[in-house]
Write a protein that binds this ligand. Structure first.
Ligand code: PEP
Ligand code: MG
Length: 751
């Protein structure tokens, strides 16, 4: 294979760059030499390197052609001027007449007014923004494509220079990188505090030779590696042939990327410009990651993830660095990843102390699994994968969404105090584990736990839960890469019932759609998936899956009592239709001579406001109801539960919402329908006692919440609390929370 023809002398530029890097100079002197060299090779009067001083500030760190006294003096905010714009967007700017460009910022100290043309490209490494490389000329000319490409290639090599940080001014923010304490903020995925040592899910591939010594040889290396990659993908495909069609579709998409001519050509061109094969792959990967940060379409993002994954595989083939780097997993691992699938997370299991993700969302599958395993999880922790190194000391504060990487002693001590306090509270909870959840004024509540994995079941005894109030069956579907078979499911449900030792388990039928997309099912292109084809709607429209699941449940019971609940029922008719499916399944089991459960309860989840207003007959017919507060709240307030901007805007203790729930309680009391509440709010102590005060008698929550909720319930007087709630509502307050909190404080509750 021969190198595609490129006109610029970028290869020569890189060859010279390599010489400079091999020389014995370092720091500022070396960067000065590099800017001089680039200016010469690009035939431009100016070449400047701006690097990030902190997340928001860029600093001129070296220049050829601008006023040298401006070096380490001139600073720009992200987005400010053309340089700031390149840094913010990660996109190049090529302008023959920079001063007339939107956002141009004149910096007199640099003496730059005499330069007309401007070409700026980002210096970035795998989505991590490091700075901006700029060339400028006096003539008003637009740089040609080849020149732009050449500058991008050089920027790529600069990004790989290990000591790039050394060029940052006296403050040396980046020099100290990977040794100094760092505090990163993210969002809470699962509460809890953890201390441990970093374990990178995908250790970074280290590129030691970004510049090609022999482009022809690099072309061959790339081509051999891509061949190996393709063979690997074909093998995966062959292995998946017996599986679901959707899984094959995903792998086909992989194969399409692996065979993509455009991808290959771009990498070949970069090699022709002087990059090594691995640097060319990484440059493509950087571009894909930069795009990933800009696209909002979930499907497209997934495809970019595919491409990213393929690039990783290719890099590992080229460098011979497998996922196994020889590093040993610490005894107290805190997993760091950009994103991670639920199955991979389950592979790690409970060995993890904590998880920090750069991406992810509260409702993502990984978050669901982390919650099920009760591992503190922080999502949206920007820069964590680039800041953390294997083995770094790390503290994860899941309650606050804060990560302390390489914490100093003061932070460490404060954090350990927090963990100790939590441990003391756990001891208190353990001491009341076998006591009833009975309030001071004698009202008895029943507390159940939410589950979704076999791994949750041991908590049934440990937490003191009376049963499983919500078993989310979709987790078994989400963590697989093909549709589970009936026999598998039946066996699993039977094991759940075995582990429950006669305690009641409420199996919720498959709740997919919206944020829960099965990896082997094509996503529906719906503009509002939360309001779309999900849960019972899918079950009724595609009864095959629902029937299979109902049969699996009936068989799993082996004659024992069985409780099944349908999610997201919005009207009576849906419940009737689903129940009719159950009746049919039951009749079939009968005909087949299989054992029938001695007792069968069929309930519905109340997750849409419409169901609260269903005919009386519905309340009479349904065996029980469970309020899915997570969904109910999002529809009541019309506020997306996944959208960080609006998620916390409306308080659960808002008077309207409490009144609404109270209305449901009253209707259930009138019809004698057993009612429980199984959304996340049931596990929040203050919310839980308010629910109890307005009449709820059964709550289902994460196992870890049972202790704190029971503890507060046993100390509260519900009659008094109800009076406080009513007074707050009568006062016209928006939420009863402030008055409830004041009451609790006055009563000596630690709040
Ligand atoms: C709910 O909506 O409150 C609920 C319990 O179901 P999920 O969170 O699984 O949608
Ligand atoms: Mg729900």
């Amino acid at each position: 294979m021969s190198a595609p023809d490129v006109k610029t002398d970028s290869r020569q530029m890189l060859a010279r760059l390599r010489e400079v890097m091999a020389e014995d100079s370092a720091g500022q002197a070396r960067l000065d030499t590099i800017t001089r060299l680039i200016a010469e090779e690009m035939h431009s009067e100016v070449c400047s390197v701006y690097l990030f001083r902190d997340e928001e500030t860029l600093e001129l760190c070296a220049t050829e052609g601008l006023n040298p006294t401006a070096v380490h003096e001139t600073r720009l905010k992200l987005g400010e001027g053309l340089v700031g714009r390149v840094a913010r967007t990660g996109q190049r700017i090529n302008s023959p007449d920079a001063p007339s460009e939107r956002g141009f910022r004149f910096m007199p100290e640099t003496g730059e007014e005499i330069f007309s043309s401007f070409l700026g490209v980002p210096i970035q490494r795998l989505g991590e923004k490091l700075g901006v490389l700029v060339v400028q000329t006096k003539d008003a000319r637009e740089f040609e494509d080849d020149e732009v490409d050449a500058l991008e290639v050089v920027a790529m090599v600069l990004a790989e220079m290990a000591e790039l940080g050394a060029f940052i001014g006296e403050g040396a923010a980046l020099t100290a990188r990977h040794t100094q304490p760092v505090l990163l903020r993210g969002a809470t995925g699962q509460e809890g505090a953890a201390e441990g040592h970093v374990w990178l899910h995908e250790p970074r591939v280290v590129i030691t030779n970004p510049i090609a010594e022999d482009p022809q040889r690099e072309m061959e290396r790339l081509s051999e590696a891509v061949d190996e990659l393709r063979v690997g993908v074909d093998k995966m495909l062959a292995g998946a042939r017996g599986g679901g069609k959707e899984q094959i579709d995903v792998l086909e998409a992989y194969r399409m990327f692996a065979n993509s001519k455009g991808w290959m050509t771009r990498m070949q061109q970069d090699i022709a410009r002087g990059l090594s094969a691995e640097a060319a792959v990484e440059k493509e990967q950087s571009t894909a990651r930069a795009r990933m940060q800009q696209v909002s379409d979930a499907y497209l993002r997934e495809r970019l993830h595919d491409l990213d994954d393929l690039s990783n595989r290719l890099l590992r083939i080229l460098t011979g660095q497998g996922s196994e780097t020889g590093a040993e997993m610490p005894a107290d691992p805190v997993l760091i990843a950009r994103h991670i699938g639920p199955a991979e997370l389950l592979d790690y299991g409970r060995s993890l102390k904590g998880i920090v993700l750069e991406e992810g969302s509260v409702g993502s599958h990984a978050a669901i699994v982390a919650r099920a395993l009760a591992i503190p999880l922080i999502i949206h922790a920007k820069r964590i994968t680039t800041e953390a190194l294997n083995g770094d000391h790390i503290m994860v504060d899941g309650d606050q969404g804060i990560v302390h990487l390489r914490p100093d002693d003061t932070v460490g001590t404060a954090f350990r105090d927090k963990i100790a306090m939590q441990a003391a509270a756990q001891e208190r909870y353990a001491s009341i584990r076998d006591k009833p959840a009975e309030t001071k004024d004698g009202t008895r509540l029943s507390l159940h736990m939410n589950a979704g994995l076999m791994a949750d079941l041991p908590s049934l005894d440990g937490s003191g839960a009376e049963g499983v109030g919500l078993f989310r069956t979709e987790l078994q579907f989400l963590v697989r890469n093909q549709m589970p078979k009936r026999a598998e499911l039946s066996e699993l449900y039977a094991r759940v019932l075995d582990a429950a030792h006669g305690k009641r388990v409420v199996f919720r039928t498959l709740d997919i759609g919206s944020d829960k997309v099965l990896p082997y099912m094509k996503p529906n292109d719906e503009p509002n998936p939360a309001l779309g084809w999900r849960a019972i709607r899918v079950g009724l429209d595609k009864p095959g899956i629902m029937r299979m699941q109902l049969q699996a449940l009936l068989r799993a019971a082996k004659g024992r009592p069985l409780t099944v609940m349908f999610p997201f029922v919005a009207q009576f008719e849906e419940y009737r239709a689903a129940r009719a499916e159950m009746d049919k399944a039951l009749a079939r089991e009968h005909v087949l001579g299989h054992e029938i459960p001695e007792k069968l309860e069929i309930g519905a989840m109340l997750e849409t406001p419409s169901l609260a207003f269903a005919p009386d007959k519905f309340f009479e017919e349904v065996d029980f109801l469970s309020i899915g507060g997570n969904d109910l709240k999002q529809f009541f307030f019309a506020a997306d539960r996944e959208n960080e901007r609006v998620r916390r805007r409306y308080d659960t203790l808002n008077v309207s919402f409490l009144r609404f729930i109270e209305g449901i309680v009253k209707r259930c009391e009138a019809s004698g329908t057993p009612l429980s509440f199984c959304g996340e709010d049931a596990g929040r102590p203050v919310e839980a006692i308010c629910f109890a005060a307005i009449g709820l008698r059964a709550l289902s929550m994460r196992p870890a919440s049972i202790g704190p909720v029971k503890n507060i319930l046993r100390r509260v007087d519900l009659g008094e609390l109800k009076a406080v709630i009513d007074a707050a509502a009568d006062s016209g307050a928006q939420s009863v929370r402030p008055m409830v909190m004041e009451y609790l404080r006055n009563e000596g509750f630690a709040t």
